[in-house]
Design a protein around this ligand. Structure first.
Ligand SMILES: [Zn+2]
Length: 458
């Protein structure tokens, strides 16, 4: 069951600079050949990929699966099901679980659960500090031995610069990238949305862009000082993009990622759909056809950390993605229960789900608008994260694991809660007309999810 011929698709494999109509033959879970007119050996099935895209399996290096400890929100079974539906073959889960992933035992537990219940590859990131408390380093060498692919205190940010410096030194020693959720607590305090016109108009406490930029600047200096690879998570502010652009020119080992909500939405969305569509949403309205999606003001599905920013920041993120400053796309998939989100804006938890919408939103905002090529977008979901994480993934090289995503970039669909595999439904894009959808998700040559199988089942 782990051999397959993917026939006649447009094969886009940025790692091998391949972009052509071709067949991909998978034998025994590995890529056997990529080329024209390949024949399926006896007993090997054929998947008709004509007119759609075949690419290396997509990687999302920033997801929250809430296991252990918060499985009412999500667990490894439901989280990986959502990943597969979104076209993702590998994910990196964040360590802010309960308990936090700060010991080899918890890493082992997640690997075990993922083997039993996960349907996509689950890689684990370990905490930088014990219990993600920012006070004492976690056993970084032990975490590496247990198999983590990165360290991060995501959800939190190490405030003590000396502690962060020591973490960088260990990360470098163990050849682990260090991810940082860039947030200066003294500037951000208890802000719940971007500090600006809309926070004032809505009477909500603001979170200034400088609260992110300050830590991006700190990280650049520490990467330069220690030589550690620091990766800035979910960039939201124009200043952060500028800082990283300049630092990369000097050869500093710094990188960044962007999430679709930050390059699609703006803080005007918190004031309700009418305000958003009348102002910052104008550029997106055409993609929605006649009926624009509606939502009320103070909708907590627009509360995330870092927050949605004004249109100029959204544009800066898009520019950073276009010029290569930001090399990685991811979701920051952050499930929360309805009852947690159905409270006043001030009290709701930060975050939205994203695994099932990120491919479409990235296509819409980057490729369909001709800001970047399809191959560049695929690279940001495949070989670029694989390189940062030192994973032998993200390419259709002969002999590689046959993790493959098949998707239709032009498929138009509407995202509905009943069609989401995530246990949580906190997503602002329900009811949106999206363009681009996974057709099949293949891991080690085995189809773990396909649109066709789902249609038959329904
Ligand atoms: Zn974060």
């Amino acid at each position: 069951m782990n051999s397959l011929l993917l026939a006649g698709g447009r094969v886009v494999d940025p790692a091998n600079q391949f972009d052509s109509v071709a067949d991909v033959l998978i034998l025994d879970g590995k890529i056997f050949a990529v080329g024209k007119n390949l024949a399926a050996p006896a007993g090997v099935g054929t998947f008709d990929a004509r007119r759609i895209i075949v690419c290396p399996g997509l990687i999302d290096l920033h997801v929250h699966f809430r296991e252990p400890g918060q499985t009412a929100k999500e667990n490894i079974a439901s989280g990986t099901a959502a990943a597969a539906r979104g076209g993702f073959t590998s994910v990196v889960c964040m360590p802010n679980t309960s308990p936090a992933i700060d010991s080899a035992a918890t890493v082992a537990l997640i690997h075990e659960r993922a083997n039993e219940q996960g349907i996509v590859n689950v890689f684990v990131s370990g905490a930088i500090t014990k219990a993600i408390a920012g006070e004492e380093l976690a056993p970084i060498g032990g975490l590496k031995k247990a198999g983590v692919v990165a360290i991060t205190d995501d959800g939190h940010c190490v405030q003590n610069n000396d502690l962060m410096r020591r973490a960088c030194e260990y990360a470098k020693m163990f050849d682990l990238p260090l991810f940082d959720h860039c947030q200066d607590y003294s500037l951000v305090t208890d802000g719940v949305m971007h500090e600006g016109y809309w926070s004032t108009a809505l009477g909500l406490r603001g979170w200034p862009a400088a609260g992110e930029e300050m830590m991006v600047a700190r990280n650049i200096l520490l990467a330069e000082l220690t030589g550690a690879k620091i990766h800035c998570q979910h960039l939201s502010a124009a200043g952060s993009v500028n800082l990283i652009r300049q630092a990369k020119k000097r050869g500093v080992p710094i990188s960044g990622e962007a999430c679709p909500h930050h390059f699609t939405l703006t803080d005007a969305a918190v004031a309700g759909s009418e305000k958003f569509w009348a102002q910052d949403g104008k550029v997106l309205a055409a993609s929605q056809g006649g009926g624009l999606p509606q939502w009320p003001n103070y909708d907590t599905n627009f509360k995330m950390n870092p927050p949605l920013r004004p249109a100029a920041d959204r544009e800066a993120i898009l520019e950073g993605l276009a010029d290569g400053t930001i090399e990685i796309l991811c979701s920051d998939h952050a499930p929360h229960c309805d009852y947690e989100k159905e409270v006043e804006f001030d009290y709701a938890p930060f975050g939205i789900t994203g695994l099932e919408t990120e491919l479409a939103l990235a296509l819409m905002q980057l490729v369909h608008t001709k800001r970047i090529s399809l191959a560049d977008m695929i690279a940001k979901f495949t070989i670029n994260p694989a390189k940062l994480l030192n994973l032998k993934k993200g390419a259709l090289t002969v002999g590689a694991d046959a993790d493959v995503t098949v998707f239709d970039p032009d498929c138009e669909w509407v995202f509905k809660p009943e069609n989401s595999a995530s246990q949580s439904k906190n997503n602002p894009f329900f009811g949106w007309k999206l363009k681009g959808k996974a057709s099949a998700t293949i891991i080690g040559g085995k189809v773990v999810w396909s649109e066709a199988a789902e249609t038959v089942a329904a």
